[in-house]
Design a protein around this ligand. Sequence first.
Ligand SMILES: Cc1cc2nc3c(=O)[nH]c(=O)nc-3n(C[C@H](O)[C@H](O)[C@H](O)COP(=O)(O)OP(=O)(O)OC[C@H]3O[C@@H](n4cnc5c(N)ncnc54)[C@H](O)[C@@H]3O)c2cc1C
Length: 302
Amino acid sequence: MPLTPEQEAEIEDLRATPRQTLRAVSEGAEKHLYKAHPVLDHGFVRMIDYMGDDAAICQAARVSYGRGTKSVQNDEGLIRYLMRHWHSTPFEMCELKLHVKLPVFVARQWIRHRTANVNEYSARYSILDREFYIPRAEDLAAQSAQNNQGRGDVLGPEESARVLDWLREDAHRAYDHYEQMISDDGQQGLARELARMNLPANIYTQWYWKVDLHNLFHFLRLRADSHAQYEIRVYADAICEMVRDWVPAAYRAFEEYRLGGVTLSASGVECLRRMLAGEEVTQATSGMSAREWREFSDIVRK
Ligand SMILES: Cc1cc2nc3c(=O)[nH]c(=O)nc-3n(C[C@H](O)[C@H](O)[C@H](O)COP(=O)(O)OP(=O)(O)OC[C@H]3O[C@@H](n4cnc5c(N)ncnc54)[C@H](O)[C@@H]3O)c2cc1C
């Protein structure tokens, strides 16, 4: 179960007592506030708080040159201009605070994004729950033959059943020993900060994660991308849904210029120009390495 009954009750309580405010309110974000969106088998992501909306991005941007500029027609146009030209600081005026429950091995990837504020569940202070990420059989795949950092074909039924058995068995055996080590029944009981060290990386942890919109977009561009590991991508996808509702114009610009856009090298631009002029460009005549050419071809040839 992703949420404890206490957490469910707290969410009900918070949503039942709205308050008036003079601050900018995003109707789209309000509908997400406090609610948990399930991710993986026991995880979730929920919006705890937000600051700002699309208008806050424009308000901050306009201080640069004063109101009434002729060059920018409307807020959406301004936001698209800012995104297109990498004017990042106006996006930093918006902030999002999330409560996330995630497996430890996913948390290790996530924490690499240093431009956020984090507070994590303390396994020195509290006892971890017996909750482990066990993938669905269809998510168990072999090592990719092309990409050293990825998955290839889905495992056959016999092999995936064997893997799932081991994952469950190992996790529960480790947790049994964890419980026995911390127990003070007839013994001193090992400190929690030490007993946790035998727990596997698929055990769940939780944290509060606060980040500004510019750095959140950077996180989402990397982690909602097809090259990101599935287990973090599903969290990024859930956050994308929230951000789409919170700051719709900024999200549309992000989809257009970052998620759906590409960056070309100088050689790539040159090759593209030659191709548009009718030249048959090959890897040998492109001036690119085989890998770079493959990536370039993936972009320009559907
Ligand atoms: C598909 C994929 C595969 C990866 N594989 C590996 C891997 O094999 N091994 C591995 O170790 N990591 C790996 N990473 C992690 C990756 O290298 C980054 O650490 C991670 O994506 C965080 O990115 P970031 O540093 O840009 O983000 P943030 O930490 O949020 O930083 C945002 C930006 O702020 C600036 N910044 C922040 N802190 C500093 C600083 N201290 N000094 C200078 N500039 C700073 C940088 O411009 C940075 O781009 C992988 C990431 C992805 C998406």
